[in-house]
Design a protein around this ligand. Sequence first.
Ligand code: FDA
Length: 395
Amino acid sequence: MAKQVDVVIIGAGAAGLMCAAQAGKRGRSVLVVDHGKKPGRKILISGGGKCNFTNYDVTANNFVCQNPHFVKSALSQYSQWEFIGMVAEHGITYEERDHGQLFCLDSAKDIVAMLLKECDMPNIMQQYQVEVAEIEKTSTGFRLLLNTEWVECQSLVVATGGLSMPKLGATPFGYQIAEQFGLKRVTTCAGLVPFTLHKEDKAAFEPLSGIAIPVRAETEDGTSFSENLLFTHRGLSGPVVLQVSSYWQPGQKVTIDLLPSESLPEVLDAMRDKHPNQSLKTALSRLLPKRFVEALIERGDIKDKPLKQFNPKELAALGDYFHQWPIAPNGTEGYRTAEVTLGGVDTDELSSKTMEAKQVSGLYFVGEVMDVSGWLGGYNFQWAWSSGYVAGMNC
Ligand code: FDA
């Protein structure tokens, strides 16, 4: 006879473990399975090993989803404050960095240890290196073939995450389960990911690898972020690029204000009055990294000459250039380095209050597997906690 549990959760990542803890607290018998060797692998490497586990300021606007209202219910049922409370209860020390981002002071391991402690109850079992070979719907729930053992459950929670970082165990299995049960999917692509550049741009900017500039970047749909831009040997990265990458479509350009806190024509005008013989290169090198200015001059994008030779029209043109520096990415680095997957199981198929599939009773999706992606800044984990919690309260 098949083994019986109330709930099977596929995926022992952030959302799966949170869901298990909540379902366990309700007295449900829970089996968490994962094909990896250990739980929470993405948590362990997140935030440079310090896990940016949430943010002081979380609203629906911090998420990319075809239905912008979908996230509201789960975020209000289990907000950042509830998670911060749990972190504090477990004695984990943390710090606030820019933009309200919260990181562990010590290690991301603390967050995994906390989740495992929350799951430490006799009615929650965990099994690793498990292949889910088959899933069948039954009259009372689901039947799953786990390695060679059949298990029956009333509720099945899919917490298999997205496609980013296949090295860490990412698979499209969650989408395949959605497809098996007839649920629609929003096309997936890499998000929070560095841009690659066309050959000429790459050659010009590759030597600048490691240089960072605080900028404001805007995509063609009008979404903008103010953060650091980082030149890399493969293209462009840094927080501003990761953020706008989630709003960028292939073929589109990104407009970058390289001097967001000043007006270049006004600054150059004042410099010209004081030092008329100063070259443009020297003047700009006071405002921007010198090697970047030199690269633009070498490319012929701007012409170097003494400031006194610039007329007002030319100064205005320089302003347009530096305040609206156009970059046409060639593409992104893809899932290999992306922090998230955009798209996924269509949220129209799910109840925003419980994460249950509207047409398949007992089937739940939580975390990144669905069409919800957060900004950089702890929002993706907050979605994992919130969606995992509400499914755990209902499955
Ligand atoms: P998650 O990916 O955590 O877990 C999915 C689980 O399912 C994994 O354990 C996997 O092994 C398992 N699985 C997959 N396929 C399976 C199959 N076929 N059978 C069985 N098990 C299967 N976010 C944030 O808010 N702050 C941050 O600091 C960071 N930092 C960060 C760094 C890096 C390098 C990456 C790649 C990502 C981040 N993120 C982040 C994003 C964050 O890690 C991510 O959004 C959450 O981990 C998603 O949680 P899930 O539980 O949905 O998936």
